[in-house]
Ligand binder design. Structure first.
Ligand code: PMP
Length: 404
């Protein structure tokens, strides 16, 4: 892996912050975009911007083809069986809301249970809680231990005959824990219960094969995978997607409309009402090409080295406490130093050009478990380096000394 070449692909890395070179360690929030993605999106607007599907004219056909090619790139990237199992959404949040709404309309009644975990992002908690109010469903969670690992000891009771869906993160955004999703999927399937995996923090770090995992739904956002904001994916097995009610109503998702009634389009269009984000999808396709060119396994190994190095270097800081010490982790390091508020450290790091995230990371139930207001989180991507980790370590140590 040629790190210098990779860094040169990301123009934003040349920016300075307060006169200092940018050290960007907030990749779990969003990643930067390589020139190849920026160019692909520009090309849409420069050369073939046009509304897609049903167009008789040339530009519309070119644009439709680019959008549908992007869908095939996603299909291949996650190894879905069919391209029509890939639904484009605005991101993970919309994908989960789509699923929650459609699944509830089709399958859920009062007293039914949805099982999540204690370390979920709010976007895999709140959509299900909204159903508690609307439908009287009950939200349960798989607890975690101090290391930030899911405790599966009682999974047999948690997944029971009232459970209608299990929805868990592949990788925790706040801790980096890689969850044992395969075991959970097998356990749920042994009771014929479908499973949704929130892959927002996974597709950019590890190989995802939805057929091998055998998950029923898998969701992710483009913007954390070097693609533009505003595009995401809901993968669903054909048999499940065909059973679900549509989510949004409008153009594209219908076959026929009359005041007597409407018939719905086939997959994937049944779930894609309105003009799709075709520049976003093309950008996502370019991001997938970019990742594939480097190789996801190469990326995984490099980021793993960065994570081990960061853990080792930061460990030398007196009074550092790590949150998330699971045996299997990816690309996220969450910590506190003594009693210093994470916001204070984060603000001072920013002045040194180092971007980290502070706060609850949209995982307040997890923070409640640890009884802390939040953490400092450094999260790594393909363009980060050990030198940047040294800068983070030195700066954090200096700040800690200032606070005494
Ligand atoms: N789930 C996880 C695990 C996440 O990390 C995020 C983003 N931080 C989301 C869901 C929501 O993603 P988005 O904001 O792109 O919809």
């Amino acid at each position: 892996m040629n790190i210098e070449q990779i860094r040169a692909d990301f123009p934003i890395l040349q920016e300075t912050v307060y006169g200092k070179p940018l050290v960007y360690l907030d990749n779990a929030a969003t990643t930067h975009k390589p020139q190849q993605v920026i160019d692909a999106v520009s090309e849409v607007y420069l050369k073939y911007n046009s509304n897609i599907h049903r167009g008789v004219h040339h530009l519309s056909n070119v644009c439709t083809q680019a959008h549908e090619e992007a869908r095939i790139k996603v299909q291949q990237f996650i190894n879905a069986q069919h391209s029509h199992e890939v639904i484009f959404t605005r991101g993970t949040t919309e994908s989960i809301n789509l699923l929650a709404s459609s699944f509830a309309d089709t399958f859920l009644n009062a007293g039914d249970e949805i099982l999540v975990s204690q370390l979920e992002h709010h976007s895999n908690i709140v959509p299900w809680q909204l159903l508690e109010k609307k439908k009287g469903v009950i939200l349960k969670y798989i607890p975690i231990n101090q290391a930030g690992e899911l405790i599966l000891d009682n999974i047999d009771e948690l997944i029971n005959d009232r459970t209608k869906l299990v929805a868990v993160a592949h990788i925790s955004n706040a801790l980096g824990t890689v969850n044992p999703i395969k075991t959970i999927i097998q356990q749920a399937h042994s009771k014929n219960i479908p499973v949704m995996i929130d892959g927002a923090q996974a597709v950019q770090h590890v190989k995802v094969d939805v057929q091998e995992l055998d998950c029923d739904f898998y969701v992710f956002s483009g913007h954390k995978l070097y693609a533009p904001t505003g595009i995401g994916v809901l993968y669903g097995k054909e048999e499940w997607l065909n059973k679900l009610e549509p989510y949004h109503g409008g153009g594209e998702m219908i076959k026929t409309v009359s005041f007597e009634g409407t018939t719905f389009n086939e997959l994937p269009f049944k779930f894609e009402a309105g003009t799709p984000d075709f520049s976003g999808s093309v950008g996502l396709g370019a991001a997938i090409d970019y990742v594939n060119n480097i190789g996801i396994d190469v990326i995984a190994q490099y980021e793993h080295e960065l994570l081990s190095y960061a853990t080792q270097q930061l460990s030398s800081i007196p009074n550092i406490r790590f949150f998330g010490t699971a045996a299997e982790k990816a690309s996220v390091i969450s910590f506190l130093i003594g009693e210093i508020h994470p916001f204070d450290i984060g603000t001072m790091l920013d002045r040194m050009g180092i971007a980290v995230r502070t706060g609850h990371h949209c995982a307040q139930p997890l923070m409640q478990y640890y009884n802390i207001p939040g953490t400092l989180r450094a999260s790594f991507a393909i363009y980060n380096t050990k030198e940047e980790i040294d800068k983070l370590t030195e700066a954090t140590e200096r700040i800690a000394q200032l606070f005494g």
